[in-house]
Design a protein around this ligand. Structure first.
Ligand code: ZN
Length: 441
């Protein structure tokens, strides 16, 4: 999930429109419900976004037109033809200078301003890009660059800057050939499938399809550990398309559970693990900022169950007879502006003696991670896991800019400290009373 905080690396105010105050006012009125407003997010980050709910009136998706742009005068082309690309328009500003225009799939929308495109140059030359976002959204991700789609690097301080007025600029020397410019290195459904197959094979199992997305992509899970009657650890990821660092944390977390170590082997004799690493494949491939192919934030659908992705996972658990008291722990990986764990205020396991309390203490003893509890009010996964399954539940948020090695270290520690706790866990009582969650019954 994403919400604005003061820790945001490139925070800025809403940009004024040059020389047209009346236009700025008119647009501000038009867009006054826009999620990019600095005040739009509630503290816990679980607030229901203005239209990204799974209510009866689904948000209207503006489809991205896949195409290329060619500028013969500079010998440069752009395209949004790659999976996970997002690019809406390209305008030439001058020799080797371009405005890159990016629009989200819906608006209002959570301000996760994902972009991705390919530049093709006929010959080496200088390139300057200015980023502009529809609906006055703001730049979020420092560009990641790759010539081949394999090796990626972050644009350096000498290449990327945010002006005081908030304009993001990238200046890079182009070699002949292609340069990919993405908000984060794309991690696609095929990458998840290869990773899942490898880790599942270590545990002697294979991933299987439990449902289909709106566009018909397979939703995959893999399970390992003790028999299906054992306490269950439920691991979920990538409900939100841009949240790459959350996926990296999920990978390190699950690999620690599946490792060939005495602790992990003992853990797997006592606990059953169900992993769903990618619940929103369509959103990832479409380069969406937030939603599935219907433009719905599926982490606001754990109650309405209006989307096939959320329904499929609910039905998988139902079919397996997993109900209140069967889930020892539920963890849902995301990315935001910093490392923070969202929990449920009413969760009794947050009290001393409880599993969530002990785990949080172990995490905070090793790392600077904030816990932010909030009342179970909105239909996000963790609230559903707590209110309907009685599970200790956490939304594990990784900062957008947390380095890969650091987030993997935290996620491994998360697994190593959780395993002994879950080996001792007892079945919880029936699902708790969640007064504010009742409307989703
Ligand atoms: Zn998220």
């Amino acid at each position: 999930m994403n919400h604005r905080t003061d820790e945001r690396p490139h925070r800025r105010g809403r940009a004024a429109l040059n020389g047209a105050p009346w236009l700025a006012t008119a647009l501000a009125l038009l867009l006054s419900g826009c999620a990019s407003s600095p005040v739009a997010e509630a503290p816990a980050g679980d607030s229901v976004a203005p239209t990204a709910t799974a209510a009866a009136d689904e948000p209207r998706v503006v489809p991205q037109v896949r195409r290329s742009w060619r500028f013969d005068e500079d010998g440069i082309g752009f395209d949004n033809l790659l999976p996970a690309a997002r690019l809406s328009a390209v305008e030439r500003l001058g020799e080797g200078r371009y405005r890159i225009v990016v629009a989200p799939e819906t608006d209002p929308i959570n301000p996760s301003a994902w972009y991705g495109f390919r530049v093709q140059a006929d010959a080496p030359r200088a390139l300057e890009l200015q980023f502009a976002y529809a609906h006055d959204h703001r730049h979020r991700y420092v560009p990641k660059l790759s010539a081949d789609g394999q090796a990626w690097r972050e644009a350096g301080d000498d290449e990327f800057e945010l002006d005081v007025d908030g304009t993001a600029r990238l200046r890079v020397p182009l070699d002949a050939g292609e340069l990919r410019v993405f908000a984060q290195p794309p991690f696609l459904p095929g990458d998840f499938e290869r990773w899942s197959a490898r880790v599942a094979a270590q545990a002697g199992v294979a991933p299987r399809t439990f449902g289909s997305s709106v566009q018909g992509r397979s939703l995959q899970a893999f399970e390992f550990g003790a028999g299906t009657g054992a306490p269950l650890l439920l691991v979920l990821g990538r409900q939100h398309p841009p949240e790459n660092t959350g996926s990296q944390a999920l990978i390190a977390f699950v690999e620690a559970l599946a490792a060939d170590t005495p602790q992990a082997r003992a853990f797997r004799e006592r606990v059953h693990v169900l992993v769903v690493p990618l619940l929103n494949p369509d959103g990832v491939v479409e380069g969406h900022w937030r939603g599935n192919a219907n433009g719905v934030d599926i982490n606001r659908d754990w109650g309405p169950f209006a989307q096939p992705e959320t329904r499929a996972l609910r039905d998988l658990l139902d079919a397996r007879g997993i109900g209140p008291g069967d889930v020892a722990f539920a963890i849902d990986f995301h990315s935001t502006f910093r490392d923070v764990f969202y929990t449920v205020t009413e969760d009794p396991s947050r009290a001393p003696g409880g599993v969530l309390h002990a785990w949080m203490a172990a995490m905070q003893a090793g790392f600077d991670i904030e816990e932010k509890p909030s009342a179970a009010r909105t239909p996000v996964f963790k609230n559903w896991a707590f209110c309907r399954l009685g599970a200790p539940a956490v939304t594990y948020e990784v900062g957008d800019t947390t380095p890969a090695a650091a987030l993997a270290e935290v996620a491994s520690h998360a697994a190593h400290s959780l395993m002994p706790l879950l080996m001792e866990t007892q079945a919880t009582a029936a699902a708790p009373d969640c007064p504010a969650f009742r409307e989703f019954r």
